[in-house]
Design a protein around this ligand. Structure first.
Ligand SMILES: Nc1ncnc2c1ncn2[C@@H]1O[C@H](COP(=O)(O)OP(=O)(O)OP(=O)(O)O)[C@@H](O)[C@H]1O
Length: 218
């Protein structure tokens, strides 16, 4: 399974956010999406999940085009910017609500993931309004993987995570890669990117550095 980004471009009010982005991403790989603030990483991830319309080019998953605000052609888990949850209900209630959108909730997998990331079962029953940034991020990670999504797109997933949680997160990502998932991690956390990524996609001013200049250790 692949994600193909072909000559993708996005302009907002005449300003180029990204352009000429052509990439083929493969399952069983963790891609580190790097680059300075404002390079266009988040916008590219938003385009991949169908949250914004491209100005030119196309994005497909598993051979089918991604369309604006439509169900994605391949099951995809994502954290784009800060994970959004309903504050006045518990963590577990949020996960159940989100899972039910796709019609599937595996409570034993959720509790296994929570335990792995250091989220206690008493935390899961706490209202999200009482969560710390790290707890929200852990809930976001669980949400992005709890339905065995084939594609996992994560924007700054280690934000707010402590050292132990970062190692647990890295361990989880490596497990998922071994399970043939396609993972993209946009991050300023160089250590996590270096520890996990077999391919670095570097963006500058809305353009991706040519593949031939990229490190490819896979
Ligand atoms: N809603 C918007 N309208 C217009 N321009 C926007 C909008 N959102 C983002 N931008 C611009 O798009 C560009 C790319 O932003 P993006 O958030 O994708 O960068 P990034 O690489 O994720 O940066 P960071 O490392 O800070 O997260 C920036 O110049 C930003 O100002």
């Amino acid at each position: 399974m692949e994600i193909k980004v072909l000559a993708a471009a996005k302009k907002i009010h005449g300003k180029t956010i990204f352009k000429n982005v052509t990439l083929t991403l493969h399952s069983g790989t963790i891609y580190g999406l790097t680059g300075p603030n404002g390079a266009g990483k988040t916008m590219l991830l938003r385009a991949m999940t169908g949250l914004i319309r491209l100005s030119a080019g196309s994005i497909s998953m598993g051979g089918h085009f991604v369309h604006l605000n439509k169900k994605l052609p391949v099951s995809t888990g994502a954290i784009i910017e800060t994970p959004e949850f309903l504050d006045n209900i518990s963590g577990i209630a949020n996960l159940k609500t989100l899972a039910s959108i796709n019609g599937w909730a595996d409570l034993s997998l959720i509790s296994e993931l929570a335990q792995m990331l250091g989220l206690q079962s008493s935390d899961l029953t706490e209202k999200v309004s009482h969560y710390s940034l790290g707890m929200r991020q852990k809930l976001g990670i669980i949400q992005a993987v709890m339905e065995n999504q084939q594609i996992i797109l994560l924007d700054e997933p280690t934000n707010g995570l402590d050292k132990d949680a970062i190692s647990a997160f890295q361990h989880l990502m490596l497990q998922l890669r071994a399970d043939d998932r396609l993972i993209v991690i946009a991050s300023h956390d160089d250590r996590t990117v270096a520890a996990l990524s077999t391919d670095i996609i570097e963006m500058h001013d809305g353009e991706v550095q040519p593949a031939s200049e990229r490190r490819n250790a896979s």
